[in-house]
Structure formats: C-alpha cells, structure tokens
Write a protein that binds this ligand. Structure first.
Ligand code: AQP
Length: 338
C-alpha cells in the first residue's frame, strides 16, 4: 500500500502558489487514492524556525495554518494532520541521518544558495538548521515510510536528496530499512510573484502585493492582479522567458480551472489573443476569486474554534507518533543503538 506525506511551513497564511503547487493536490489525493493508502500532512514548525520567528506570531500561524488545511478540504478522518514538533521522531531520525549526509551535497542545494546569497562573509549569521533543512525534510518523509510526496517544483531537489540519503543508509547498514520516496510534482509547477515575476510567489517576500493569500477578499485579489507586473509587448502570448509576467497570469488562469477547454497555456494564449492585458487581468481575477472564495469562507468559520482545532491536532499527533515509531525501531536496530 502507498503512503503519501507532505508538509507546509506555518510561516504565514498560505498563498495561491502553495495552493496550486501543493495543497490542492493534497486534497485531491484524498479522493483519488486507493482506500488502503495512508495520507499524512504536516505543519512543519521545526522547519519554520530555521528562520528567526517571533514566538507569539509562530503560535498564531500554526493555528491559522491548521485551519487552512481543513479549509482547503483536508478531512481529519481520512488524512493524518499534525504539527511536526508534536512527533519527536522527526528530529530524532534527522540526527541519525545527519551522520549520513554529506556537507558538500547540502552546500549545493539551490534553496540554501538562494537564502544565503546576500550573506557575504556571514558564516556567523548563517544557522546550522537552515543548512540541514533538507536532512530534516528527508527525516519527515522517511520516518513515515512515505512512498509518494506531492510538492511544488521548487522542492524536487530536496526530494532527490531524500532518495539518496535513504539509499545511502540502506547500503551502509546492508538492509532495506528506509524507503526512497517518489516525487509527485503538481501540474502547476511554479507560480511566480506578481511584482517580480522572475521569482517564485513566496510567503516571506517583503511586498504583500507579490502574493495572493488564500484569505484575501475578492476586491483585494482583483486589485493585486490589476497591478501585477506585465510588459508592453503586443498581444497575449505564452513565453515564460521573454514575458514572465503575462505567462504567469496565463499559468494562474490555466490552473485555476476556468480554462478547461484548452489543453495548454499556449492554446489558452491563442484563445485570449484579442484581449487587452487589462481584460486578461479581469478574466484571471474572476477565475482566482472563484477558487479562493469558498476556501476563505470555510477558513473564517473554522479559525476561531480553538477547541476543535486542538482536537484535530491532538488526534493527528497520536496517529503520526504511532506511524513513526515502527520506523525508529528498525533504524535504531540497524545502526546498533538498540
Ligand atoms: N510559488 C510556488 N509555486 C508552486 N508551488 C509552491 N510552493 C511554495 N511556493 C510555490 C509549494 O508549497 C508547498 C509548501 O511550501 P512551504 O511553505 O513548505 O515552503 P516554501 O516553498 O518555502 O514556501 P514559501 O511560500 O515560499 O515560504 P517561504 O517564503 O517561507 O520560504 C511546497 O510543496 C512548495 O513546493
């Protein structure tokens, strides 16, 4: 039987990129997976603290992110939903895998290079936790013996690392203990920032107009899309290299599901050819508000019910603790820790 695992950092309200790139697929898998498939979805708060967080804010974001997972359609009866730090085996396996991971490989990770590009001689400021982020991510996946991991395209490199570390561990200890996972990359590979369309849409970017939040009211969504950066070329074409802004709008429109009759973004662009950029933006805004409205409404009805959210987290943690325990026995026994 398959096991599906994925995670999201509770570092703010999830945005349209998180949704189209990952969360929507998580919810869909609930309906399409075979009955004996296990689904685990985690709010990875230990990953969140690789960047300094305000404790009060982090607590709030954990609660809001949990409400959002329910709002996008995760059903706690079908999916195990839990906070990563409530399952100590994640950190424990991470330590054991740290003794397996090569620092050279970790140093070549794009996310590490991106996040440290501006710190010239900042090795005092750069934290070990950020460097070993992919090792914790590998532990998250491997501790639950996940066979499939649905993520956005930006995480593909970390998944390759998880496979390598699983294979390396099995080879070192001469038995099949860890399961190398398969990556399920979402069709919406990378949704880009609305203000700098050569960068991915991200929770942590300083400009709030760069992203559409799953809690944004319709008029806010419309105004963010209206002011999205495009270009002054003629017409509407899908050319991600030359026209990143327009192509991102076409991607968003395509994946928001209003364009079902077209089979590619290229075809969609041809379909929309006669429109002005302003009219294109209006169409995109309409599609996005239709996707986000029901999520936002469900979120608003869930987020204030602290007792219900606590109960979901508690139940999820209990199940995840059990799922991880079986792996830890095998890992510790292979290594000689027991
Ligand atoms: N722009 C994106 N397009 C498609 N998928 C995306 N994901 C994130 N951004 C995009 C996918 O969302 C899932 C959860 O992401 P995360 O919160 O764990 O990590 P992240 O990639 O670091 O997300 P952010 O929003 O950019 O957060 P910050 O700014 O805090 O780093 C992942 O599956 C990811 O692929």
């Amino acid at each position: 039987p398959k096991t599906i695992f994925s995670g999201i950092q509770p570092t703010g309200v999830p945005h349209l990129g998180n949704y189209l790139g990952a969360l929507r697929q998580w919810a869909k898998l609930q309906d399409t997976a075979e009955a004996d498939t296990t689904l685990l979805y985690s709010l990875v708060d230990l990953h969140a603290i690789t960047i300094r967080q305000n404790p009060k804010q982090l607590r709030q974001w954990k609660k809001e992110s949990l409400a959002m997972l329910l709002a996008i359609g995760l059903d706690p009866k079908r999916s195990v939903i839990f906070h990563q730090s409530a399952v100590p085996a994640h950190a424990e396996l991470m330590w054991i895998l740290s003794c397996q991971a090569s620092t050279g490989y970790l140093g070549r990770m794009t996310q590490w290079k991106d996040k440290t590009a501006n710190e010239k001689d900042g090795s005092e400021k750069l934290k070990l936790g950020l460097f070993s982020y992919p090792v914790l991510q590998a532990a998250d996946i491997l501790v639950h013996r996940a066979t499939h991991v649905p993520v956005g395209h930006d995480q593909a490199q970390h998944l390759e690392f998880a496979r390598q570390i699983a294979n390396g561990f099995n080879e070192t200890y001469g038995r099949h203990v860890l399961t190398p996972p398969e990556t399920l990359v979402s069709p919406a590979k990378r949704i880009m920032s609305l203000t700098e369309p050569d960068k991915k849409m991200s929770k942590s970017h300083s400009n709030p107009k760069s992203r559409i939040l799953l809690t944004d009211p319709d008029d806010v969504i419309r105004s963010k899309i209206k002011s999205a950066v495009t270009d002054s070329y003629e017409g509407i074409t899908y050319e991600p290299e030359r026209r990143p802004g327009v192509s991102n709008l076409l991607d968003i429109f395509y994946h928001s599901g209003e364009a079902v009759e077209t089979s590619s973004q290229d075809e969609l662009a041809k379909h929309m050819q006669g429109l002005s950029l302003r009219a294109l933006k209006e169409e995109v805004a309409m599609a996005v508000t239709n996707v986000i409205r029901p999520i936002r409404e469900r979120y608003e009805s869930l987020v204030h019910d602290q007792a219900a959210l606590d109960a979901v987290a508690e139940k999820g943690a209990q199940k995840a603790v059990r799922s991880a325990a079986a792996t830890m026995v095998e890992v510790k026994s292979a290594v000689g820790l027991m």
